[in-house]
Design a protein around this ligand. Structure first.
Ligand SMILES: [Ca+2]
Ligand SMILES: [Ca+2]
Ligand SMILES: [Ca+2]
Length: 202
């Protein structure tokens, strides 16, 4: 079973299940290596309480730990991922308790501007499924892109094209992933009007 990390919620779910099983396997084997083999995780225990504190894994198999799950016993508190191997955390996922999943369930995630603690992307989950994303694509500290998901599917993207701090353009997506409607609110009154393609204008 692999610990490969994925943006896909269903694959992430597999990661969690896999991580817990690997934890059990590693604990039974008494693994204490400084660097985990690809696809395995190193457990780190509190020396006083004996409780599991971290699961460290090498997601890309380059011999360096890049993914650390902070644990409260067998439950994940958060996962930190260094996706570009520069020693700085690029993404942090926060987990909460779940009746169905003893390892916990993802509630939200943050992605950082390279090498800093500034957040560029916020993800929000319900029942482990992505429902909403906010993003600062221009890296000026202000959200300028909003995504809404339905059943894990991208349903709508809103964009701030004027830098005013609110959406002025809206893209509505169909079930097949294509854009079915474009709307605009150029005067910022919160009322969006359909954008008529220039070739269709009378
Ligand atoms: Ca690595
Ligand atoms: Ca990094
Ligand atoms: Ca921005």
């Amino acid at each position: 079973m692999s610990l490969t990390w994925s943006r896909h919620p269903n694959r992430r779910r597999l990661l969690l299940i896999g991580g817990c099983l690997l934890f059990v396997a590693a604990a039974c084997g008494g693994a204490r290596e400084a660097t985990p083999d690809a696809g395995t995780a190193i457990p780190v225990y509190d020396p006083d309480t004996g409780l599991l504190q971290e699961l460290r894994s090498d997601r890309d198999g380059d011999g360096t730990v890049d993914t650390v799950a902070r644990m409260d016993g067998t439950r994940i508190v958060h996962i930190e991922i260094d996706s570009d191997n520069d020693g700085q955390v690029d993404r942090r996922e926060y987990y909460g308790p779940s009746d169905d999943r003893p390892e916990g369930i993802i509630e939200r995630a943050e992605e950082f501007v390279g090498g800093t603690s500034r957040i560029r992307r916020w993800e929000f989950y319900e029942e482990g499924v992505l429902v909403r994303v906010e993003e600062d694509t221009t890296l000026d500290g202000q959200v300028d892109k909003w995504e809404a998901y339905e059943g894990g599917r991208l349903a709508m993207v809103e964009l701030d094209l004027t830098g005013g701090g609110r959406p002025t353009r809206r893209l509505v997506y169909g079930a097949d992933g294509s854009v079915v409607r474009v709307e605009a609110d150029p005067d910022g009154d919160g009322h969006f009007e359909p954008v008529v393609p220039s070739g269709d204008a009378q």
